[in-house]
Design a protein around this ligand. Structure first.
Ligand code: ADP
Length: 194
């Protein structure tokens, strides 16, 4: 059973790393951003609601996101564990996740925190905007997402650090090297029964 979280500022490559790390451990990567984008694409009620926030870089309200994650973690495919990507992002989402996990008699194993400098983040997102055309990869929205990361999500990393489960991984460099560093950090944490 491997229950992991990957965190990192927007543009840090956490979605890409999440896919490779999850595949290595044979667990699903659960990305709140991808789930929201799928709903937006499918024009569901949740998608219509979420897009109001996503397009300006704001967080979707906690009660919406928490309910979605509670439902997702009730799926049978999380039997071997999961890797959460993009959740929790606020301290109140931590509380919600703690409630979901303790209700299922489950515990987190580790939190991978990717670190990347600000200039590199903006460069990567502007490049991604050209390649993928994500509607929230425009300069003002990127600025807002970085600001929210600093104001809200760094406190999440700090809370998990107090629990001693954060593994800081340098997110600069080659994709393969970053994946390898993250996997070996996770394996040694799991080995130590962290
Ligand atoms: P990034 O990390 O690059 O900002 P994501 O794909 O993880 O990209 O998220 C895109 C958007 O989806 C966020 O800007 C936000 O609007 C919404 N979102 C994703 N996860 C959450 C969350 N845990 N809480 C609130 N909103 C979220």
């Amino acid at each position: 059973m491997t229950r992991l979280i990957i965190m990192g500022p927007p543009g840090s490559g956490k979605g890409t790393q999440a896919e490779y790390i999850a595949r290595h451990f044979g667990i699903p990567a659960i990305s709140t951003g991808d789930i929201f984008r799928a709903h937006v694409g499918g024009n569901t009620a949740l998608g219509v609601e979420a897009s109001k926030f996503m397009d300006s870089g704001e967080f979707v309200p906690d009660h919406v996101t928490n309910a979605m994650i509670r439902q997702r973690l009730g799926n049978t495919d999380v039997g071997a564990g999961f890797l959460l990507d993009g959740y929790p992002r606020t301290t109140s989402q931590i509380d919600a996740l703690d409630g979901i996990l303790s209700g299922n008699q489950q515990q987190l194993d580790a939190v991978v925190a990717l670190t990347v400098g600000d200039d590199e983040l903006v460069d990567r997102m502007l490049r991604r905007a050209q390649e993928q055309g994500r509607s929230d990869d425009t300069a003002p929205v990127i600025r807002r997402r970085l600001e929210l990361y600093r104001d809200e999500t760094q406190a999440v990393v700090a809370r998990y650090s107090e629990r001693g489960i954060v593994l800081a991984v340098d997110g600069a460099g080659q994709r393969e090297n970053i994946t390898a560093k993250a996997i070996s950090a996770i394996e040694s944490a799991l080995g130590k029964g962290l």
